[in-house]
Design a protein around this ligand. Sequence first.
Ligand SMILES: Nc1ncnc2c1ncn2[C@@H]1O[C@H](COP(=O)(O)OP(=O)(O)O)[C@@H](O)[C@H]1O
Ligand SMILES: O=C(CO)[C@@H](O)[C@H](O)COP(=O)(O)O
Length: 484
Amino acid sequence: MRETLVAGIDSSTQSCKVVVRDAATGALRRFGQAPHPDGTEVDPEAWWDALRVALAAAGGLDDVAAVSVAGQQHGLVALDAEGEVIRPALLWNDTRSAGAARDLIAELGRADRGDAAAGPAAWAEATGSVPVASLTVTKLRWLADHEPENAARVAAVALPHDWLTWRLSGATSFDTLVTDRSDASGTGYFDTARGVYRRDLLALALRRDDVEGVVLPRVLGPGVEAGRGDLAADLGHLVLAPGAGDNAGAALGLGMVRGDVAISIGTSGVVSAVAPEPVADPTGLVAGFADATGSFLPLAVTLNGSRVLDAAARLLGVDHAGLSALALAAPAGAGGLTLVPYLDGERTPNLPEATGSLLGLTLSTMTPEHLARAAVEGLLCGLADGVEAVRAQGVPVERIRLIGGAARSEAVRTLAPGILGGPVQVPTPGEYVADGAARQAAWVLSGEPEPPTWTTAEVRIYDGEPAPQVRERYAARRHLVTGR
Ligand SMILES: Nc1ncnc2c1ncn2[C@@H]1O[C@H](COP(=O)(O)OP(=O)(O)O)[C@@H](O)[C@H]1O
Ligand SMILES: O=C(CO)[C@@H](O)[C@H](O)COP(=O)(O)O
């Protein structure tokens, strides 16, 4: 009997990845990838082009029965009444809306509680998250303030995965514009605990009273079909799944359950955990998002993930294997050298205007080995803070798995247990977001109430001596940063 194939897509910050898997077992059959343009402002058409190249590299969809798109979260894709993209999308790592975030927090605090200082708690209660520059709601406010003529033309607001799913469906009318809870929960105008949009917050962001007519993607429940039929551009005849935000995709791809924590080191550094109850953290360290199965996915996200290592390798004139070897050749704590890695500003902690700092230089620490070590340790210390913040919300942290591009670094894997304070599981390097999307596609195809049980990836366990002194020194220095 011919096997049934499903495809999963991860339209991430740096590239588009496609996996084609057996719907019953999850066995990998084909893979394709295509790069995205650099920058924090991107024409969504470039994602569509990359998706088509990646699909072709993965052998196309002619023999595939269902497809699902997961993608980078929060990016603002503003559409006009004709469904055309109004301006290049502002991505999750674009920090120009940091001031808008501060304004929105104060305004809701004043409106809801008569006190601007109560804003963080008001937002956490309303949506599950306190706005930072990454969230879509702040990008809409930035648009209203800096490009009012564009803001006035907004007829629909989509996220990267919603827009790509819509393009796949043919983008014929806004009736077919859909999303899922996981990505809706990252907009800042969705009440994650109750599963409904907050149009009043959309109106607040856009400074418009007429937002009733603004189309927001229909939020499909877990496992619900998004459509079926001929895809756009002759890409095939198949079932379309609702898709997900990339971190919810990874949770589905890893088969995460309560107690599991994923640390993903791609462009972003993400600590996420599956939780049965919604989280509302007024400190803003943890965002109270939803997952793709009907549960919740609290997460702490840094702006400075794999690119910290990319930049360190470039500076030292080595490749990633070389950087890893250098880092492993230096002593723990890099002899007192600390890299506070806020190269792109920072989101957690919320320091969008911060720059990175290199502290503790001496004649003996100013070496390639010490610098490489400090880069890996600084990256991991930021993530360890994220684990602590998630734990502080009462979310159980029992098993940590390391994924994303930089999980391929032997130095990251080796040093993670010491800095995180316990063993770390490293699944076979793979595309877990795309895998989660493929699993969702198989789920929708099956019509069953639960996703199919797929064989989970093999993991290698890394353990090591705890290195609390590295984190302590980092904690003492992480605020010693200067602005841009
Ligand atoms: N062996 C490695 N060591 C460290 N970083 C790596 C390694 N291999 C790839 N990367 C980095 O991982 C990143 C890509 O990972 P990925 O998870 O696909 O990112 P994103 O999801 O943000 O597009 C790039 O910055 C790349 O340089
Ligand atoms: O902003 C978030 C989550 O809140 C990021 O995780 C983005 O979703 C981008 O992820 P990568 O492309 O870096 O994996």
